[in-house]
Design a protein around this ligand. Sequence first.
Ligand SMILES: [Zn+2]
Length: 64
Amino acid sequence: MNQPSVPADDPANSGGIVRCTICNKATIVSVSDIVGFIRSGWPRCCGYVMTLAPARQANDSGNV
Ligand SMILES: [Zn+2]
């Protein structure tokens, strides 16, 4: 059952994770962060553009 109200600070519902495929650094970003990336440039690390993954993925599975 999905709740109609989404907490603004919950990255699982409002953003994602940008990850560097080189050093594996990951940063949680909000929707407004992503909007900023689109306007002014995607974040880079190790000389490459970081990839965006839904935060949900990191939160969802039970296997650790
Ligand atoms: Zn890196």
